[in-house]
Design a protein. Sequence first.
Length: 458
Amino acid sequence: MGNAKAFLSINRKEAGYRPVLDRITDFGEVEQTLNSEDRQLQASRCMECGVPFCHWACPLDNLIPEWQDLLYKGKWAEAYGILISRNNFPEFTGRVCPALCEKSCVLNLEHEPLTVRENEAAIAEHAFLEGYVKPNPPQQRTGKKVAVVGSGPAGLAVADMLNRKGHSITVFEKDEYIGGLLRLGIPDFKLNKEIITRRIDLLKAEGIKFETGKEVGKDLSTKDLLAKYDAICLTTGAGVPRDLPVEGRELKGIYFALDFLKQQNRLVSGQTIPAAERISAKGKKVLVIGGGDTGSDCVGTSIRQKAASVIQIEIMPVPPEGTNPATPWPSYPNVLKTSTSHLEGCERRWSLATKRFIGEKGKVTGVEVADQLTGQTTVIPVDLVLLSMGFTQPVHEGLLDELGVKYDARGNVEAVKPNQSSIGKVFVAGDVTSGASLVVRAIASGRQAAKEIAAYLS
Ligand SMILES: Cc1cc2nc3c(=O)[nH]c(=O)nc-3n(C[C@H](O)[C@H](O)[C@H](O)COP(=O)(O)OP(=O)(O)OC[C@H]3O[C@@H](n4cnc5c(N)ncnc54)[C@H](O)[C@@H]3O)c2cc1C
C-alpha cells in the first residue's frame, strides 16, 4: 500500500469540464483531463479498505484498490494490466459509467469519493498513448465457430473473450457501424467515436470478423446461422422504446429520443440526412419527456443544435439532493443528478404527467401536462417533442420470434440457464436479457456469457 494517510490531506479533484460557452459549439468530449502528477495523487487517496465496497459494487468485480496503488506509484502499465483483466473496455466505462464504485467508496461517507472513473480513463488513455496496447491474437484456433449477433458492449465483450480462447468469431451488426448504443446512442460529447474505432481495430487485428449492415432474421436467415455456427450469442439490446399513447400522439414533431440521437451521431460522422427525414432542434422550443440519462443526452444535443429553448419534464417527484435515507451508502443513491447537459441551459420540471399533445395543421404546438401533486394542468408550448422514457423490451419480430426463444414476463429473452436461452446453442448477454441497463453491466454480462459458451463448446 502506497500512502496510507493520503485521504486525510488530499481532497478529491475532478478534471472538470470544458467551459459551457465553448463546449456547446461542437460535439467534442466535454470532460477534461488532469496532469499525470495530480492523477497519481488522486489514486493515492484510496484507503485500500479491508472490505473494498467499490469492488463489491462494480458489476465487473474491478480490482479497484489494486490498480489505484499501482497508479499512485506511477506503474501505469501494470495498472492497465490489472484493469484490463476485469474490464475489456476501460476506455468506454472510464468515460460513460455512472461509477457505481464511487457511490460505494468508503470516502463517500464524507462525500469525497475516489475519482475511480476518471482514474480508469486516464490509465486506459495512457496505455494507448504509450503504445503498450497491442493486438494479441490467440496462438491456436480451436476450429469452433461462434456467431455474435449485435455489436454493442455485450457483443464486443463476448467476442473478445471467446476469441482469446481461440474460437473463430463473427459479429453480425444490422447498423452500418460497430458499437451498438455506444456508437449510435451515446452522443460524441460523452464518448468520441474514435475511441470505439481504436478498440475495434485491435479486435479485428486479433482475428474477430465483423459483418455490418447484416440484420440477422432479415439479411441473413436464422436457419443458416444455426446450421453454420457451433454456438450463437444474442446481444441485440433492448430496442423497443416506451411510447406515450395519449391524444395527439400522431402529430408531426414528436419523435423517439433514439431516432434523434442516432441522426446526430451519423451527422457528426460526416453522413448527410435527407432534409425530409431530418429531426432538427434548431430554433425550436424543445420538450424532452423523461428525466433520465437518455433525456439528458437529448438536452445536450438540442442545445448544440441551437434550440430556442429546452425543457425536460419527469413524471416522478424531484429526488432529494446530496443524500437519500431510502438509499443509504453503500447502495447506489437515488438523488438528484445534474449532468453536464443540464448545466448548458435547460429547465427541468418534476411531477408532471403528459395528458395530451395539442397541434395545428397536423404539427405539435403544445403539450398539456398535469401536476401530479395538485392536479393542475398547464400547456407547454413546443415545436419538437422527444420521447425519452426508456425501453420496454427487445424487438421480438424477426430474429427472436424466428428462433422461437422463450421470453420472461417483461418480454426479455429468458435465460433458462446462466446466459443460455431456451434453445440449446443460443446464448444471451446484455440488455436483450436484462432489459435496458448500463454499459458496465453489458460488458459483465458478455464476459459471463463467454464463460458459459466456452464451457458448452468444450
Ligand atoms: C441514449 C443512450 C445513452 C446511454 N448512456 C449511457 C451511459 O452514459 N452510460 C451507461 O453505462 N449506459 C448508457 N446507456 C445504456 C447502454 O448504452 C446500454 O445499456 C448498452 O449499450 C447495452 O449494451 P448491449 O450490447 O446489450 O446492447 P446495444 O448497445 O443496444 O447493442 C445491440 C446491437 O445489436 C444490434 N442488433 C439488433 N438486432 C439485430 C439483428 N437482428 N441483427 C444484427 N444486429 C442486431 C443493434 O443494431 C445494436 O447495435 C445509454 C443508452 C442510451 C439509449
